[in-house]
Design a protein around this ligand. Structure first.
Ligand code: FAD
Length: 432
């Protein structure tokens, strides 16, 4: 590899890296994609929902050939109590046919396929290779140093898609160590279960999927959610909460996952399912305020490395793909102008911030910090939802008007009317 020069080196073959390498190769750039895993996806973890729109912008009609699990036709939201469940959701058959809405995927299969699309388009992929650092000359990134013998490679631009910790971005001084309130620690299991059982339990036809986001008791009052997603013949079950919340509550993440798995409302769904894989991973959930410097001379950061995750809507892979695509398009322009300066590459940052990525992260810019600073939302109000539903649906001879009054009063009982009003206003303000 020594002394070989590329137009672009992409570090990391997750959704951001594969999308970037594919788009750049299609634009005629000479691209090197470097992945530390044995193969793309070997080390990658995700709950499993892949969004059609942003994927299609990179590979049109990908569903005709990509290794997908099930198109999601139903999204449920549960609020768990210790022995109750409040349920809302939406099921739509328009999501069961082209062009679909989103799909469940297993990353080990999906990432391999996606990176291979970049290879088919002309990118060179090397695996089992760790990029140790960026090579910086005259205040400009000019390549990368890998753990291979003679492992220095050069390029006009290096795109860092190396995931949430982005040690490479950190070495460049673009960001500091992530704070525990900026990241969620998620643990999950893939559990094998025959397709027929999945369809029976989740009320699905073959080739239909369901996702369930679980709030309330699933996280023991810590800011976060659990999830249950259907694959073809397995289920993904997991729970993710802020690291700071776990530390404060002194709860070990795998104990929380065991609690979720054994909850009486969840256990029947995974009965007889066999654990196949176990994984733990950080999710960058600091949002807009945590986005680091993402452009420098000869270098761009994408995806989780740029902290692009919308925790409210559990969107990360789509933001990764869009950022990768925009980075590649910017480098193609830079190549035409033969200008790889920070000033030129800043087009990427502008396009990203103008896109749904920047707009959505800006909209929710204070959500994580607010819910983290005011734990009453997850600790007090969530259980009230279940209590209110129980009261509402219990037929006990209480006149309905009186019942409604009691339910409304129960919301203000613990914290008082004024505090409750302030809590509602604050939540509305950060979510609006
Ligand atoms: P990654 O997918 O992390 O890829 C980074 C790649 O870089 C890896 O392949 C890694 O091996 C490689 N790499 C790192 N360092 C180096 C190095 N020095 N040299 C070479 N290679 C390197 N998002 C959704 O859209 N939907 C979901 O349902 C969802 N659920 C999630 C559930 C969990 C439990 C977790 C942890 C995340 C979830 N996310 C979800 C978020 C989503 O997984 C990420 O936002 C997305 O994977 C980011 O893609 P990426 O390419 O930026 O980074």
């Amino acid at each position: 590899m020594a002394n070989e020069k590329f137009d672009m080196i992409v570090v990391g073959a997750g959704p951001a890296g594969a999308s970037c390498a594919l788009t750049a190769a299609q634009a005629g750039l000479k691209v090197l994609l470097i992945e530390r895993g044995e193969y793309p996806g070997a080390k990658n973890v995700m709950g499993g929902v892949l969004y059609r729109k942003q994927m299609e912008e990179v590979v049109p009609e990908f569903w005709k050939e990509a290794p997908l699990e099930r198109p999601v036709v139903e999204q449920r939201f549960w609020v768990l109590g210790e022995e109750s469940l409040f349920n809302v959701g939406y099921k739509g058959m328009e999501w069961s046919r082209e062009p679909y809405n989103n799909f469940t995927v297993l990353r080990a299969k999906f990432d391999q396929w996606f990176a291979n699309k970049a290879v088919e388009a002309g990118a060179l992929l090397i695996t089992e290779t760790v990029v140790l650092e960026c090579i910086v000359e005259d205040n400009r990134v000019v390549g990368v140093r890998t753990d291979r013998p003679d492992g220095e490679v050069y390029a006009d631009v290096v795109v860092l898609c190396d995931g949430v910790n982005s040690l490479l971005g950190k070495k460049l001084g673009f960001h500091k160590e992530l704070r525990p309130d900026e990241v969620a620690l998620a643990v999950m299991e893939v559990m094998d279960l025959p397709a027929a059982k999945i369809e029976e339990r989740f009320n699905l036809e073959p080739n239909q999927g369901c996702t369930i986001e679980i709030f309330g008791d699933a996280t023991k009052g810590i800011l976060g959610t659990a999830f249950l997603y259907t694959n073809k013949d397995s289920i993904n079950i997991g729970v993710g909460t802020t690291l700071s919340g776990l530390i404060k509550a002194k709860i070990r993440p795998y104990d929380l996952l065991e609690y979720v798995k054994n909850h009486q409302m969840i256990k029947p769904y995974i009965k007889e399912a066999k654990p196949a894989e176990y994984a733990a991973h950080l999710i960058p959930e600091g949002g807009y305020h945590s986005i680091p410097k993402i452009v420098g001379n000869g270098v761009i950061l994408c995806g989780d490395a740029a902290q692009l995750v919308n925790a409210i809507h559990r969107e990360g892979s789509n933001m990764a793909m869009t950022s990768g695509r925009l980075a590649a398009e910017t480098v193609a322009l830079a190549k035409q102008a033969n200008d790889f300066s920070e000033n030129m590459l800043d087009t990427y940052r502008t396009k990203l911030m103008d896109s749904f990525v920047g707009q959505d992260l800006k909209k929710y810019k204070d959500v994580t910090h607010t819910f983290e600073s005011f734990p009453q939302y997850f600790k007090d109000y969530m259980p009230m939802v279940n209590k209110a539903a129980s009261d509402f649906f219990t037929v006990d001879g209480t006149p309905k008007r009186e019942k409604q009054k009691k339910i409304l009063a129960s919301f203000t009982e613990g914290r008082g009317k004024w505090q409750t009003f302030q809590d509602i206003y604050r939540a509305w303000k950060v979510m609006k």
